[in-house]
Write a protein that binds this ligand. Structure first.
Ligand SMILES: [Mg+2]
Length: 224
């Protein structure tokens, strides 16, 4: 067993709360890329996403630029959710059910769009107040008007900020964060443990730095 993995497994067993990244973790794709494709801006935005993941842009810059390219209207978001609903990652429903049975609170913390994540949370029986994600703003006629820059998830280090807030608000001692990306990895600490997830996409940096890295949520159910 890799160094540190045992420690993460121990925290996992006694977690007070579990936070999940959404894109490429709870769902199989990067929702903003899918939305871009839906709006005919797929290639431009995919390029920007790759750049952002390499870390050459701040999260907020990359997020703002991608949205500026897409400029989604309110009705496009609605049509997107109806016609291209996010696909849940295999095994996630079972894992969520097991956590709920054990009365472990679950949070979704995403640098993506709240409007797209809401149906995912509903499907997984996660209360909407446990969803931390970015809010789009629209003009009265439904045209894109930017995003709420006050949401911590729109900033670098935002996931860590949310976790700090949750720990303070609820007094959690053992918070586990599960995700595929570098922004998830960097949120531990404040998360007490991080579990890398590579079932949809494997990011080498995350795989090499995560003390515990899994590619199947079943491993997490079995380890409880
Ligand atoms: Mg992700």
């Amino acid at each position: 067993m890799a160094t540190g993995e045992e420690e993460v497994r121990a925290i996992w067993k006694m977690a007070d709360a579990v936070c999940f990244d959404v894109d490429s973790t709870v769902i199989q794709e990067e929702a903003i890329d899918e939305l871009a494709k839906f709006c005919g801006k797929g290639d431009e935005v995919a390029k920007m996403t790759k750049e952002a993941m390499r870390g050459s842009l701040s999260f907020q810059q990359a997020f703002a630029r991608r949205l500026e390219i897409i400029r989604p209207q309110m009705n496009q978001i609605r049509d997107f959710i109806r016609m291209k609903p996010p696909r849940l990652t295999p095994g996630i429903k079972r894992l969520m059910d097991v956590l709920h049975q054990r009365s472990v609170p679950v949070y979704l913390i995403s640098g993506g769009l709240r409007g797209v994540i809401t149906p995912v949370a509903l499907e997984l029986n996660i209360p909407l107040e446990n969803v931390y994600a970015n809010r789009l703003k629209f003009f009265f006629n439904g045209e894109f008007a930017g995003f709420d820059e006050n949401e911590p998830t729109s900033r670098n280090g935002g996931k860590g900020e949310v976790i700090k807030l949750l720990k303070k608000k609820h007094g959690y001692g053992n918070v586990v964060l599960i995700g595929d990306g570098a922004t998830d990895l960097e949120a531990s600490p404040p998360a007490d443990a991080f579990i890398g997830y590579g079932g949809n996409v494997i990011r080498e940096e995350v795989k090499s730095k995560a003390k515990w890295f899994v590619t199947d949520f079943k491993e997490l159910v079995d380890a409880l």
